[in-house]
Write a protein that binds this ligand. Structure first.
Ligand code: AMP
Length: 138
């Protein structure tokens, strides 16, 4: 698979404003922020989507994410924020390398705006899909 934009950032071929690095995780400022402090947190492993990520990278991301969130809150002074991770082009993923956005929400007009077209869960359909998921996850 060809190297993605974020692979090039990891290798240093493309510059970035780095904010964090450990053995498995790297974080840097988004070049088109939705608000000040908008940070991208990526695994060094070049997995395109979250479902393709190894347990080791997932664990490292799980450890680093809250720490980086705390730093973003402390530095921006904004305590409300969204963490979002898009998978696939229909789900708004532009760069095929797993990345978590940490996006401060300083006001109604800044930060992430979300459409959330919720509908009530049909109990029968819900029971069916939950049973299938439990089976798959056993
Ligand atoms: P997504 O739509 O979830 O794939 O998000 C990709 C993100 O990468 C966008 O928010 C872009 O602004 C950001 N981005 C693209 N190129 C760069 C770059 N060179 N440095 C930092 N962030 C970037």
């Amino acid at each position: 698979m060809s190297e993605t934009l974020f692979g090039k950032i990891l290798s240093g071929a493309i510059p970035c404003h780095k904010v964090y690095e450990d053995e498995r995780v790297f974080a840097f400022l988004d070049i088109n922020p939705l608000s000040a402090g908008h940070t991208l947190v990526i695994p060094k492993e070049p997995a395109p989507t979250l479902d393709a990520l190894s347990d080791e990278s997932a664990a490292a991301l799980g450890r680093a994410l809250p720490r980086i969130c705390r730093a973003v809150i402390a530095v921006t002074g904004v305590k409300d924020y969204n963490v979002i991770e898009n998978n696939g082009s229909a789900a708004h993923q532009a760069v095929l390398h797993v990345h978590f956005h940490i996006i401060p929400k300083p006001s109604r007009d800044e930060g992430l705006g979300i459409g959330w077209p919720a509908r009530a869960l049909d109990p029968e359909a819900g029971a069916k899909i939950a049973a299938k998921l439990r089976e798959k996850l056993r």
